[in-house]
Design a protein around this ligand. Sequence first.
Ligand code: ADE
Length: 250
Amino acid sequence: MRLDVVTLFPEYLEPLHLSLVGKARARGQLGVHVHDLRQWAYDKHHTVDDTPYGGGPGMVMKTEPWGEALDEVIATGYEHGAAEPVLVVPTPSGRPFTQELAVALSARPWLIFTPARYEGIDRRVTEEYAARLPVCEVSIGDYVLAGGEAAVLVITEAVARLLPGVLGNAESHRDDSFAPGAMANLLEGPVYTKPPEWRGRGIPEVLLSGHHGRIARWRRDEALRRTAVHRPELIERCEATAFDKKDRET
Ligand code: ADE
């Protein structure tokens, strides 16, 4: 997978050299290209923003630097043989970022991120590229960040761990909270490791039983319980057929 990020703060994306994403890059499973938007602002002060039409507070990111930047980033990717990109636009006004969307994005060969600062990017930029590419405006939650860079880190990490061969154990994401399938709309329950007793606290006996059926039942009960406490609206959203008879006893 290829990722391009156009940003005013390239250093903000430095964590993409670390941990799981960094290792995927080192193994060649992921190519990450971070670009400084000011490269495409040609006046003396490398201006990228201006006052909003219609008045109001704050500044709006200008069309020209984004247009020049995206034209060049797209052309370079195609020159290197990449297939059609998705333009991922982080914005609090976008569709919610979910595990389902992470799965969909992880199947694409190339993502281009346009994290904005200030009050956002002039609308015509999104419209211009939506006329030729799939564009996905995404919000990582119902709060407003100072810029989209943190959202790019969040989305990249969620997507990269789904790429084939990136997680050591291919089954690791099967039981994730929100994973499509049995865990759709459920939060994952608690986990434990050695030692078996710590500060007088033991672990649930069933986990030592070696009985796979009972352990699976316990994990599902805990997931249902935790979801009911923290996210009751998710349980309501589940199809009735997603529950078996034992689930109803929980
Ligand atoms: N930029 C500012 N706030 C954001 C959010 N909640 N999600 C994505 N991008 C953003």
